[in-house]
Design a protein around this ligand. Structure first.
Ligand code: SF4
Ligand code: SF4
Length: 381
């Protein structure tokens, strides 16, 4: 990673914190910090992505502004984090999208895709835009199966590839080796920390989501959003299985598994994203990196819209509005897939990598000769 003003600021803050250590028990950042005396840019990238922005250390810090030391760890680590997103993005030339990836760009992309689909439908058969379509295969009479699969599959696979390459860049830059990715114990520890959002617990009482008071709001809303997203993904996977393996095309009855997974997932995402937007709006701006808020809102709004338009489509699928709603829902989903590798969404990938690195540091590989299997071999000899 390049040396920048943000990495220089973060290094200075780390050195002050390393001497102070008042916040040692707050989160994973401090144990990772105390293991180091010097901080390379790779170390700072790892530590910045380990920070969950709970803000606990800002309100606890006796050196926070207006103190001349001006220590604002959540803010400076957020700046470094944002730079890591750009640094590790793949393919490199698209990394600049991070700078422009605001709310307007996301919404314009979604609207452009939806409009293209609506225009295509209008040219092929305008009746699908206002006539109700019901029964098996109704969605494919509006947008042909091959077009849906090509657009959704293509953008999804591109996103997965770009995120995977970004993770590889992060892992290499922070000193990781490929063989470390398969060690079961650190993997299990990291997975637990990811699934429970342990680091959003701050010093134990939760985060300083809004102000100096502790709360679990952000953690809970994030859980709603994250598990809602997983349920929606499970819904799509189940529907694909029903359609292409069992030969039973959508739409499915309300009480079927894909619709139930999608409905509860969608409700969870709507609650989670709306809640997180609200927390951002009312929270104290002092520890926030204000120049990054546009990207935060863009992602939350796109996630909210993808769930909301999905629920709307479910509610109105038997009416004449289904054609236009399907195009709008697909437009939002495709915009989300296209933008994901160059949006705040990558924080999940790098934060997971940082949590795995942290678990590896807490459970290091025993030196040769110290493994139980080695000792057994030695005594046998
Ligand atoms: S954030 Fe402030 S109080 Fe906490 S360890 Fe750093 S310098 Fe000390
Ligand atoms: S903001 Fe929270 S997670 Fe980040 S360094 Fe401070 S205490 Fe740790």
């Amino acid at each position: 990673m390049r040396e920048t003003e943000a990495t220089t600021d973060a290094r200075r803050a780390m050195e002050v914190c390393n001497a102070c250590r008042y916040c040692e028990g707050y989160c994973a950042v401090f144990p990772a910090m105390t293991m180091r005396r010097e901080f390379s840019t790779g170390d700072l990238s790892y530590i910045a992505n380990l920070c969950h922005n709970c803000r606990g250390c800002y309100y606890a810090c006796q050196y926070a502004p207006p103190h001349p030391f001006n220590i604002n760890l959540p803010q400076v680590l957020a700046q470094v984090r944002a730079e890591t997103y750009e640094e590790y993005a793949w393919p490199g030339p698209l990394a600049g999208l991070f700078k422009r990836n605001g709310t307007v760009v996301s919404l314009v992309t979604a609207a452009a895709i939806a409009l293209t689909l609506i225009l295509t439908m209008a040219l092929v058969d305008p009746r699908v835009l206002y006539q109700p379509q019901i029964g098996p295969g109704a969605f494919y009479r509006v947008i042909p199966w091959w077009l849906m699969v090509t657009l959704a599959g293509g953008t999804f696979l591109f996103s997965i590839l770009a995120l995977g390459m970004g993770f590889r860049n992060f892992w290499r830059d922070t000193g990781g080796r490929p063989d470390e990715l398969t060690r079961p114990k650190p993997l299990a520890v990291a997975l637990h920390d990811i699934l429970t959002l342990k680091n959003l617990g701050g010093g134990g009482g939760g985060c300083n989501d809004v102000d100096e008071g502790f709360s679990q709001l952000r953690r809970r809303f994030h859980h709603f959003m994250f598990y809602g997203f997983l349920l929606c993904f499970a819904s799509t996977t189940t529907a694909t299985f029903y359609d292409h393996i069992m030969g039973h095309p959508a739409p499915y009855p309300f009480w079927s598994l894909p619709v139930q997974l999608g409905t509860w997932g969608g409700v969870g995402m709507v609650i989670g994203t709306a809640g997180l937007i609200w927390v951002k709006v009312v929270s104290d701006p002092a520890p926030a990196a204000r120049n990054l808020l546009g990207a935060d809102y863009a992602l939350l709004i796109l996630l909210f819209l993808s769930a909301f338009t999905g629920l709307l489509l479910l509610g109105l699928r038997a009416t004449g509005a289904m054609g236009v709603l399907l195009a709008i829902h697909l437009g939002v989903i495709l915009a989300l897939f296209v933008i994901v590798p160059y949006s705040k969404m990558v924080h999940g990938v790098y934060r997971s990598g940082a949590l795995l690195r942290h678990a590896l540091e807490r459970h290091p590989t025993p030196p040769p000769g110290n493994k139980p299997s080695d000792r057994a071999l030695g005594s046998a000899a």
